[in-house]
Design a protein around this ligand. Structure first.
Ligand code: UDP
Ligand code: MG
Length: 221
């Protein structure tokens, strides 16, 4: 099991995140596990903390990007380097509960290739963000033809090696990952969960970044 963790200025949560994911790894005796942090050009102590975790824990790896490329490219760098037969991607801020990966693994063992986490509730997010996100996914699905992008779904998911290898054949630089994840197909299922508020630190997606993300999705995907 490989877990990819994009991290941009996440010094406030990284150690707490590592403790939670390590506890999950310890509870999966049948699996050999690795967590790979991708430092997306952070300006805080994120890289220093990743170095420390790498030294202290043989299951931790790190990729250090030369500048801030954005989450889509950070995730891709992680996917390019992991070795697992099954691969998850999760946010560093503990809004995505690491323990859900155990349920995702069960579905993978049952034969599913892609298991994504669907939010039933989103704590700590503004009314405006929820409304604009819902509108964006309506527009996105109206223009994206046969490929259906599930609503209320972030990047948090688990993929089989064959689904990941298919995804990695798509090498565009303007990467709308939620579209690409859906585009490759495969036997897919959703697991519902309650999205927590951030454990610490602040959101890296302000209005301007989200606007650009939406434009990128519609124009490039
Ligand atoms: N992130 C990243 N590069 C960026 C922005 C964010 O790698 O340019 C990471 C961030 O560190 C976190 C994840 O992407 O692990 C989601 O970011 P955030 O929690 O700020 O987004 P939100 O949950 O508020 O939408
Ligand atoms: Mg977050």
């Amino acid at each position: 099991l490989s877990v990819v963790v994009p991290a941009y200025n996440e010094e406030a949560v990284l150690e707490q995140f590592h403790a939670r994911l390590s506890a999950l790894f310890d509870s999966l005796p049948g699996y050999r596990c690795e967590m790979v942090f991708v430092n997306d050009g952070s300006r805080d102590r994120t890289q220093a903390l990743i170095d420390q975790l790498c030294t202290a824990d043989a299951r931790v790896g790190g990729i250090n990007l030369s500048r801030n490329f954005g989450k889509e490219i950070a995730m891709t760098a992680g996917f390019d380097h992991v070795r697992g037969d099954v691969v998850a991607v999760i946010d560093a801020d503990l809004q995505d509960p690491p323990e859900l990966i155990r349920d995702m693994l069960r579905e993978w063992e049952n034969g599913y290739d892609v298991i994504y986490a669907k939010r039933t509730r989103r704590d700590g997010e503004s009314w405006l963000k929820k409304v604009t996100a819902a509108a964006f996914y309506r527009v996105m699905n109206a223009v994206s033809g046969r490929v259906r992008i599930p609503p209320d779904t972030g990047d948090f998911r688990l993929m089989s090696r064959r689904a990941l290898d298919a995804l990695l054949q798509l090498r565009e630089q303007h990467r709308f990952m939620k579209g690409l994840f859906a585009w490759v197909g495969f036997k897919t299922r959703a697991i519902e969960y309650r999205r927590d508020a951030r454990a610490a630190g602040v959101s890296k997606f302000g209005f301007w970044k989200l606007w650009n993300f939406a434009l990128e999705g519609i124009t490039s995907f």
